[in-house]
Design a protein around this ligand. Structure first.
Ligand code: XBP
Ligand code: MG
Length: 236
């Protein structure tokens, strides 16, 4: 297999972002006068559902007893999520969440070697831009042939929609790509799209089921080992 493209998940893979998301959700709840506050243990449960808006609805339906939903609940959740995204992008713009070990080197070396790069994430385009402008500079988009984010597909991970969207945009067959993910939901999504997938775990996902992954790593700090295991050839 000659690897023609690498598709990157964002949250938990490019950067360890989920506690930044969690704190931003809590800031939004406080700003909107809600006494909701998600600690790590609760957030670990809520991460079962991808997508911030979907996660808020899951919290309300499955963990909040006796909550009286406002009439326009969907609009209210969209507002809460917009406030959260404002807090989260402010946190990212301050440079508070760096890329994980080896990620920037992999992106720059693979791009320089002519490997096509893409993003397939459940989070919003604003969040991707805020993270990568800091990490890769204002021309970060130049590294990626496709940037598949959030609501552009009807079904979020673990559905394969976002990976199918990225494959179509790149015009590259799934069998010529590899994906990098951090979570069971993400792995199920990329595998369902027929993409060989490598996992780098984090403190939220380390005990999840990675059956089907080509390999599981703590992180990409030993990039040469990743190149060896994945068979990624970067010779120009
Ligand atoms: C992870 C997610 C996202 C984030 C929160 O995305 O499921 O929902 O947790 O971000 P991925 P939003 O691992 O696919 O990058 O609030 O913007 O959804
Ligand atoms: Mg992820």
């Amino acid at each position: 297999m000659t690897i023609k493209a690498i598709i990157f998940d964002v949250d938990g893979t490019l950067a360890d972002t989920e506690d930044g998301h969690r704190l931003s959700f809590n800031k939004a709840f406080a700003e909107c006068g809600l006494d909701w506050s998600w600690d790590v243990a609760m957030y670990d449960k809520l991460l079962k559902v991808t997508g911030g808006k979907e996660r808020i609805k899951y919290f309300v339906s499955d963990f909040l007893k006796g909550y009286e939903k406002p009439a326009d609940f969907d609009e209210y959740v969209k507002h809460l999520h917009a406030v959260k995204t404002k807090h989260y992008t402010t946190m990212l713009a301050a440079g508070n969440i760096p890329l994980r070990p080896g990620v920037k080197q992999l992106i720059t070396e693979a791009h320089a070697a002519g490997i096509t790069l893409a993003i397939a994430t459940t989070t919003t385009p604003q969040n991707v831009a805020a993270l990568l402008e800091v990490a890769l500079g204002k021309n970060w988009e130049g590294y990626f042939a496709a940037n598949g984010c959030g609501d552009i597909v009807p079904h979020k991970k673990p559905a394969p929609d976002i990976y199918f969207w990225v494959l179509d945009k790149m015009g590259i067959k799934a069998s010529d790509c590899i994906a990098l993910e951090d979570s069971e939901n993400g792995l199920r999504s990329s595998l369902a799209a027929g993409i060989k997938t490598y996992v780098t775990i984090n403190h939220y996902t380390r005990n999840q089921d990675f059956t089907g992954a080509a390999a599981v790593f703590d992180d990409l700090s030993d990039l040469q080992n990743f190149y060896k295991v994945s068979g990624l050839k970067l010779a120009k």
